[in-house]
Design a protein around this ligand. Structure first.
Ligand SMILES: [Zn+2]
Length: 504
């Protein structure tokens, strides 16, 4: 017969707390604190809770929460400090502190918990509202720390005694709360002396917490799935041969996604969704270098286009890069670059930056991204045409310290849109007009173009087979999602991190 360890007294500590080992005595600590509270003569017990995070987004991320317990006469009964792991946010640290504080409660005293976390207060009020019953679905919809809140709900439901949760205004002059805050900060230098609080998730309402790669998913499930899909999509994109450069160069993907999904409002709102779709398709085509150039059309209609060259210089093959860098367009491209830089300065001002225009102009002109020719190992204007936004430029704007992060993203989005519109109007559309004329001269009809090749030409076959395969630094296993869980990194920044590691 298997012997299960069933707590006889039904003590919450045994139910929700793992026993640990000789390296982790947090279980014993909590038990002892609870006993001390029981023995105290005071009827009211005041519990202060707080938590925070430092070095967010780096491998050195650390999160500590703390609890201090006082009697009626503000005499310290005991205190508890602990580190946490995975999904580190200050909200999680505060929620953990709340959870542990609830475990300390016993039935013959009044407990007053003090916190400055509005998230804890909000969820606590929701769960204890007599007129609402909170379902599993409701808690799964919490943005973060759902698994923890299932535990908390079960504990709260089992309570019969009085509990008060009081909101302390953050940065107020609540002496005891400020002391706790300070003490937590002090612990960051001795963080290795603290242990994790080992929680067990096994409530009736949430028997089987949802796992991903052995990590409990502690956020809104639908958002998590969206995150997985997006990261998966990005990994696939980066693993394409033609995108090996972006496995080396640091891209601000947040802006790229924002630009691709941007809905053109204003002058185009009267147009249908179809227009927006078309815009988006064009943006994606550019991003993956599959706009219908002559070289691309050769792949489906080789017989028609086999002898076609660039419609402007008649000399070179017209592939994606040549469209923008053809000698014929050199002057036009340079003008577009100049206008783009002007636009950037205009946008900086629009977003409220008071800037030394000359200095910024000198700085910006040095950036690789405004270089008018294609270069393999550095950014250049073709990247901007594709809708790629370099992290270098983002960091530069951030360092000016005049625009908030959110606004840098919308500024970047607008800039990419500007480049899209300009290059379309002055390079791509004239090129399409020219091609139309040439096709007409050759007697090529739309019908001809739709007919696909009957026999695949040898040249075409060779062209496809000879493409080099670049396996350098490919992404696997949704690294971005793991780094998000463990280090709190911004999901789309994971390429940057991987790049860094590669460069050292
Ligand atoms: Zn040309």
């Amino acid at each position: 017969m298997i012997q299960y360890e069933v707590p006889i007294s039904g003590d919450n500590i045994d139910k929700y707390f793992a026993k640990g080992n000789r390296y982790n005595i947090s279980y014993q600590r909590i038990k002892r604190i609870k006993d001390r509270i029981k023995l105290d003569s005071s009827n009211n017990i005041h519990v202060y809770i707080d938590g925070s995070v430092i070095n967010n987004g780096s491998e050195n991320i650390t999160s500590i929460f703390g609890i201090t317990i006082y009697d009626d006469k503000e005499r310290l009964i005991d205190k508890y400090f602990s580190t946490i792991e995975q999904w580190l946010t200050s909200t999680k640290a505060e929620t953990m502190a709340f959870f542990v504080a609830l475990l300390l409660i016993n039935e013959d005293k009044n407990f007053i918990i003090y916190t400055d976390s509005s998230n804890v207060i909000k969820n606590y009020e929701l769960l204890t509202n007599k007129w609402l019953s909170t379902t599993t679905r409701d808690i799964l919809k919490f943005n973060k720390n759902n698994a923890l809140w299932f535990n908390i709900k079960e504990i709260l439901d089992s309570f019969t005694q009085q509990l008060d949760v009081i909101k302390v205004k953050s940065h107020s002059n609540n002496k005891l709360h400020n002391e706790l805050d300070e003490e937590i900060r002090g612990w960051y230098d001795m963080e290795d002396r603290l242990a994790n609080t080992l929680i067990i998730y096994n409530t009736e309402q949430y028997k089987f917490p949802i796992m991903w790669n052995n990590y409990i998913i502690e956020m809104n499930l639908r958002r998590f799935i969206r995150l997985l899909t997006r990261t998966q999509g990005l990994e696939k994109f980066l693993n394409l041969n033609r995108n090996w450069r972006y496995r080396l160069l640091d891209v601000k993907w947040e802006i790229v996604f924002s630009y691709i999904n941007k809905q053109v409002i204003g002058e185009t709102t009267y147009k249908t969704d179809k227009f927006i779709c078309k815009q988006k398709r064009m943006k994606i085509q550019r991003l993956i270098e599959e706009i219908p150039t002559i070289e691309l059309m050769k792949k489906s209609s080789y017989e028609i286009y086999q002898d076609f060259k660039c419609v402007f210089c008649y000399k070179k093959k017209e592939d994606f890069h040549h469209v923008w860098t053809c000698r014929h367009n050199r002057k036009i491209l340079k003008q577009i670059i100049k206008r783009t830089i002007d636009k950037l300065i205009r946008l900086l001002k629009e977003y409220g930056a008071t800037v030394d225009e000359n200095k910024i102009l000198t700085d910006i002109n040095k950036f690789d991204i405004f270089f008018p020719k294609f270069r393999k190992d550095k950014f250049n204007f073709i990247d901007l045409i594709k809708g790629i936004f370099p992290k270098q430029l983002y960091d530069y704007i951030e360092k000016l310290e005049v625009i908030g992060k959110k606004n840098i993203v919308s500024l970047g989005t607008e800039l990419l849109q500007y480049v899209m519109d300009e290059t379309k109007q002055h390079i791509w559309l004239p090129r399409c007009e020219k091609l139309k004329i040439i096709e007409k001269r050759h007697g090529i009809t739309e019908k001809d173009k739709k007919k696909s090749d009957s026999n695949v030409g040898k040249e075409k076959q060779e062209d496809i087979l000879q493409r080099p395969i670049n396996l350098f630094g490919r992404y696997e296993d949704l690294e971005g999602v793991k780094e998000y869980i463990l280090f709190g990194k911004e999901i789309l920044d994971f390429t940057v991190v991987v790049n860094r590691v590669g460069k050292i």
